[in-house]
Design a protein around this ligand. Sequence first.
Ligand SMILES: [Zn+2]
Length: 136
Amino acid sequence: MKIADDMRRLGFRRWYERQLIESHAYLVTAFLALILLLAGIESLDYLRGSPLFYIAIIGIAAGAGMLMIITWRRFITLLARAEQFASGADCPQCKTWGRFDVISAEAVSEDDPVESGRPHWVRVKCRKCGADWRLG
Ligand SMILES: [Zn+2]
């Protein structure tokens, strides 16, 4: 329920803005991890050292590769969910965008990773006219 709680606390517009900022922070991290991965691979050709040095470089490059994959998946998940919710944030009656209260949301457990994209839906009620509908 963290996302529903965040929407209640911040309001949808601020929540959406923060999702865009957070997802793009993951994108920047993925890009930097990609650069570190490629630099590690490239340095194996030019740097001379002990076998331990090569193992360390390969370990750093592998860690950067894993970080890149995780942050890229989080970027995609957060951005896709934010865009999905934002595209349905128009009130079906009065067409007001993003001004609603969260009524309920898909159940989310503490163990769900960010990559699961839960909750996939949120039930909301318009602050202006009182209509309710489902996002997602
Ligand atoms: Zn409305």
